[in-house]
Design a protein around this ligand. Structure first.
Ligand code: PGA
Length: 247
């Protein structure tokens, strides 16, 4: 199984998101692929309807860690599930850096997703400084422990390795290097669970390089940001994944 996840961030208006969803929904999703689009919260109900009778799924870019109550502006994992989401991103570096989300917030959101029946897609990865000072593995080990230490239902978690320096920079991490890092991540995961946790790569993935990632055995898929919001580019990505998987 290969996972093709599209994080539309705050790039598209509702009308643009609907138009993009309409352009892709007729494309065939091969049985060996799982395709999930993460639009803005406001577009989720409409896009979920548009994807009815297709194999495209929708996910939330963020959830609150608490199920309900006096939390102005927050949207819970239960509400996202009710709106038709199957997955939710947790701990994206933009949430960690811009919105100051802590490791403990990440853990609480993972648990909230699992309780609500969503699969959390937890983003982990090192900053440029951590990479340069050789702290990458320590950082990844810490982030993995946050998520998996004594976690029930760990088999529903998906990880996305997203080195922060590669996000939105056109400077993706070399696929062979990602392959090695995923091997390290999967070894770490053996400490916490016997089940195979999918590990995706994210950071400047586009139509030109997508196959160089998904053709690697330890790379279970990709989390694509900007390139998935450009209609032609996203269609090219889906088509090349289709033809690769159907070979
Ligand atoms: P990018 O973003 O593809 O635009 O680099 C990836 C992500 O942030 O998930």
């Amino acid at each position: 199984m290969k996972y093709i996840f599209a994080n539309w961030k705050m790039y598209l208006t509702h009308a643009e998101a609907v138009e993009l969803a309409q352009s892709i929904r007729a494309l065939t999703v091969p049985d060996e692929a799982r395709m999930v689009v993460f639009p803005s919260l406001l577009s989720i109900p409409t896009i979920e309807k548009l994807f009815e009778d297709t194999n495209f799924e929708v996910g939330a870019q963020n959830v609150s860690w608490t199920p309900k109550g006096a939390y102005t502006g927050a949207v819970s994992a239960f509400m996202c599930e009710e709106a038709g989401c199957t997955h939710a991103l947790v701990g994206h570096s933009e949430r960690r850096v811009v919105f100051h989300e802590s490791e403990s917030d990440v853990r609480k959101k993972v648990e909230a997703c699992l309780e609500a029946g969503l699969s959390p897609v937890v983003c982990i990865g090192e900053s440029k400084e951590q990479k340069e000072s050789g702290e990458r593995d320590v950082q990844l080990r810490k982030q993995i422990a946050t998520v998996f230490h004594e976690l029930e239902n760990a088999e529903r978690v998906i990880l996305a390795y997203e080195p922060i320096w590669a996000i939105g920079t056109d400077d993706p991490c070399d696929p062979n290097e990602v392959q090695r890092i995923h091997e390290f991540i999967k070894k770490e995961l053996e400490e916490y669970t016997d089940v195979e946790i999918p590990v995706l790569y994210g950071g400047s993935v586009d139509a030109k390089n997508v196959l160089s990632y998904i053709s690697q055995p330890f790379i279970d898929g990709v989390l694509i940001g900007h390139a998935s919001t450009v209609t032609r580019e996203f269609i090219d990505i889906i088509r090349s994944v289709q033809s690769y998987l159907q070979k």
